[in-house]
Design a protein. Structure first.
Length: 77
């Protein structure tokens, strides 16, 4: 998402569109992402989208969380 649109409430719809596309084209395969631990707004959004925290790792100058979501049929169901 373009930085001009962050922090304005568009994240849920934007991510839902992407997740639905992934689910339609990769049925049954879990979706995994990594997010910096300092990015609290993104972590909150991913938890609302039913991602679960799995692992932590450090790379370069930041710590990251790996989050996984079961690949169900539709995010909004």
């Amino acid at each position: 998402m373009h930085p001009d649109y962050t922090g304005k409430g568009y994240g849920y719809d934007f991510c839902t569109l992407i997740i639905n596309h992934i689910q339609e084209n990769n049925a049954g395969i879990p979706i995994r992402l990594s997010v910096a631990t300092f990015n609290k707004r993104a972590i909150h959004l991913y938890e609302k989208l039913r991602f679960k925290k799995r692992d932590k790792f450090t790379a370069a100058h930041a710590e990251f969380i790996t989050m996984v979501k079961d690949n169900e049929q539709n995010v909004d169901q």
